[in-house]
Design a protein around this ligand. Sequence first.
Ligand SMILES: Nc1ncnc2c1ncn2[C@@H]1O[C@H](COP(=O)(O)OP(=O)(O)OP(=O)(O)O)[C@@H](O)[C@H]1O
Ligand SMILES: [Mg+2]
Length: 289
Amino acid sequence: MTEITATRSKTGLPTLTAQALSKTYGSGQNARQVLGDISFDVYDHETVCIVGPSGAGKTTLLRCLAGLMPSTSGSVYIGTEKVVGPPRRMAVVFQDYSRSLMPWMTVEANVELPLRGRPGLTAADRRHRAQTALASVGLENSAKLHPWQLSGGMQQRVAIARALAYEPDVLLMDEPFASVDAQTRSDLEDLTHTIKAKYGVTILLVTHDISESVYLADRVIVLSGTPTSVTEIVPIDLPSPRDQITTKSTPEFAELRGRILGLVRRHQPATTSTAEPANGSLMKGPDLG
Ligand SMILES: Nc1ncnc2c1ncn2[C@@H]1O[C@H](COP(=O)(O)OP(=O)(O)OP(=O)(O)O)[C@@H](O)[C@H]1O
Ligand SMILES: [Mg+2]
């Protein structure tokens, strides 16, 4: 398999642009500004991870980027196209697979669901895309099962396959591996690398886990402050392909992980507790988000 490395698109234009985004929930006395002035670009075939304290507004940001919620000000672009609703070139994977899959439908039908009604696709095309996507996440033999017959990690693979079957240019993922055990999480991280290499999709992934962000990303966007803004964008210049054991045991990996943890902690609100003693994961604060 050929590894696709992050490159600027031929036009030099970013694939995804967040331009001076802000978001305020509520109005009047109840108004609460969550996102400050957020700008960044994501280029073709990049994997960019977003980290920040719990309650910082990461999900809010992803929803604005995905056109699922309007921002209060600022704009989002896919290429030169302004995002005003869910764009056809984008797919989203959420943390909670149990709520995003339809329990009464087979795995295959779940994967085909977003393709229904898509112009130009026959039933055979939909089936072919679903089978290909399921094979790429290792679930070719589970197509006729229902989600409740699968483990949590397998269900999240179905959710990923559903996004891939859509053949998006940009894949947004909101803490996609937060609800599975550590071993499955490592497997799904590696699957993310494989998918990127195979599909060449551009990935923007939110995670609480700083080690995961360093392992997966070409760049890590660190969010902090209230309202939230971009503290720093850290390039991850670790070589590819990456490997759970080799990559994570290098001094460069430890240095990047420590640097990002320091950035998040330095700008953290006093009320949010974080801990990253063993696994590089930011614990959720008791009162936020
Ligand atoms: N629909 C909403 N209406 C009002 N406030 C909201 C809404 N959604 C989120 N918020 C508030 O915005 C803030 C940011 O929430 P958000 O879920 O975006 O944070 P997050 O960084 O994703 O948190 P977590 O790390 O826990 O997933 C929180 O204080 C939350 O209570
Ligand atoms: Mg969130």
